[in-house]
Design a protein around this ligand. Sequence first.
Ligand SMILES: *Cc1c(COP(=O)(O)O)cnc(C)c1O
Length: 352
Amino acid sequence: MRTDSGRVIDLRSDTVTLPTEEMREAMRTAVLGDDVFGEDPTVNRLEEMAAAKLGKEAALLVPSGTMGNQVALLTHTRRGDEVIVEADAHIFHYESGAPAVVSGVMLRTLPGRDGLLTADQVEAAVRSPDVHTPPTGLVCLENTHNRGGGSVYPLATLQAISALALARGIPVHLDGARIFNAALATGVPATAIAACADSVMFCLSKALSAPVGSLLCGPAAFIARARRFRKMLGGGMRQAGVLAAPGIVALEKMVDRLEVDHANAKRLAEGLAGIPGVLLDPARVQTNIVIFRLAPPRTAALVVRALAADGVRALAIGPAAIRMVTHKDVEAADMDTAVAAVAQHLGADRPA
Ligand SMILES: *Cc1c(COP(=O)(O)O)cnc(C)c1O
């Protein structure tokens, strides 16, 4: 079986989104210069826009979210520091072990609920100065939390962690790859979320649908140092305005439509939750990521393979855990198709 239209419904990630026609046109007509000399007006404009959107002094365009996070670690820490992260964090799981190699830091992983830490947990993990222990150099938070199922920090928790870190003289970096999803889901402005961290990384290349790019935002002096580290890691790009131009379209046109993705994720989660053998509480789905578990003896890898044969693509993110992410290139009816495909493979009747 394929989807009725024969089209593939790709729910593996919101990174699969293709640029809009307006983005392609913006790439074609972008005014360009050499950005390593600071002379690409389109990059400069994107960086100013990004900083303003998050209420920070400055921003730096980087090729990927991974580079944004790693440049942030390099800029904030010294070799041998300990960095507090949640145990399911992207920085810990999905960045190829970069913190050890690039910054020479240790990660202190704390288990969160749906990926979210409490201020008490962070407080208890901060080291007191002692010749035996690694100094706590940085706290990293992730909002929305990817492996936590797109979960969102309550603002009060972010503020409490920010206050205790400030009191201990420890900077906070926010992996805000999907910060605009977090803002939309909570009704808290992105600037208020960003205010709880010294630096924030967000991605243009996820549900904002730009082809490439992320931004690291923070104080001007921090970004100036980060700019040097970006160059060191090979992220100094020349006529990068061709990438910044669709990023500007993304910030201007693609932020408000994220609510469609959230509604589709809800629809998907509610449909999936009704299938016997699917373990999922749809009330926990707050943004555009849906993670569900399979009751034994089903395995995620086999179900994902069967779904792919039906034209529905998903990711196995654990032995019995499957992730589906909504984005602009899927629509409401696709959610019903995906639910029907899962139901069929779990042996249940197709929902009427
Ligand atoms: C996607 C993502 C990143 C960055 O990923 P890249 O593929 O390197 O752009 C970082 N953090 C989180 C939470 C993400 O989901």
